[in-house]
Design a protein around this ligand. Structure first.
Ligand code: PEP
Length: 248
């Protein structure tokens, strides 16, 4: 079965309700004919306004995190019910910035992923190596751990999305080459095949993320195992539409 490409933006801690609405209004006509799935993962407080702004378009609004408890004393966190109330479908889990600055671990990624799946949200699970790990030849070892621990207990892997984001490429303007991205994503798919079976692994959407932009998207998207992109900086501009329309 062919995998439908999926381009998702990650606004991180950027935009306001006003600037967000303006950008979505600009994007709407530009992505009207998109053949891929499109999402913008926005700061939690902007979700209601952006859902309203994106209504009737191809753009689905996603979140950047979800907690693993139904509710409770977890100040600053957001629950699956809160997201679902606004029709949110996608949620980024384990972004390297959360791992680096907010104590996210493979174990908490696992808990969030299982809870998101239980609640019929589609997790975009982020994995990727740091520069020193790549230089020390540890990329595969790191990815293997992130995948085996992060996805432990998942029963249907086709219900989630993996974003391969080499940490050294995020926000640095330094993109992985088409070959590096393909080779590593192929490794991820093979690993998923060993854990969940080849047939299931071949159905999983795997995105590349890390300084992907309107210029380099075509080459990356032409790779056989790359099914989409998780886009940070370039999702803050109308240029995002060029990435969504990579096949034009
Ligand atoms: C990201 O935040 O997931 C990302 C890939 O950022 P950028 O595109 O800015 O490198």
């Amino acid at each position: 079965m062919a995998r439908k490409p999926f381009i998702a933006g990650n606004w991180k801690m950027n935009m306001t309700a006003e600037s967000g609405k303006e950008l979505i209004a600009q994007l709407k006509p530009l992505v009207k004919e998109a053949k891929c799935n499109v999402a913008l993962c926005v700061p939690a407080i902007l979700i209601p306004a952006m859902v309203k702004a994106a209504k009737g378009s191809k753009i689905k609004i996603g979140a950047q995190n979800v907690h693993f408890a139904k509710s409770g004393a977890y100040t600053g966190e957001i629950s699956a019910d809160m997201l679902k109330e606004y029709g949110v479908k996608y949620v980024i889990i384990g972004h390297s910035e959360r791992r680096q600055y907010f104590g996210e671990t493979d174990e908490t990624v696992n808990k969030r992923t299982l809870f998101a799946l239980e609640n019929e949200l589609t997790p975009i699970v982020c994995v990727g190596e740091t520069l020193s790990e790549r230089e020390n030849g540890e990329t595969e070892k790191v990815l293997l751990k992130q995948l085996t621990v992060g996805l432990n207990g998942v029963t249907d892997v086709t219900k989630l999305v993996i974003a391969y984001e080499p940490v050294w490429a995020i926000g640095t303007g330094k993109t992985a080459t088409d070959e590096q991205a393909q080779e590593t994503i192929k490794y991820i798919r093979n690993t998923l095949g060993k854990i969940f079976g080849v047939k299931n692994a071949n159905r999983v959407i795997i995105q590349y993320g890390g300084s992907m932009n309107a210029q380099n998207c075509k080459g990356l998207m032409a790779q056989p195992d790359i099914d989409g992109g998780l886009i940070g900086g370039a999702s803050l501009k109308p240029d995002f539409a060029t990435i969504v329309n990579f096949d034009k």
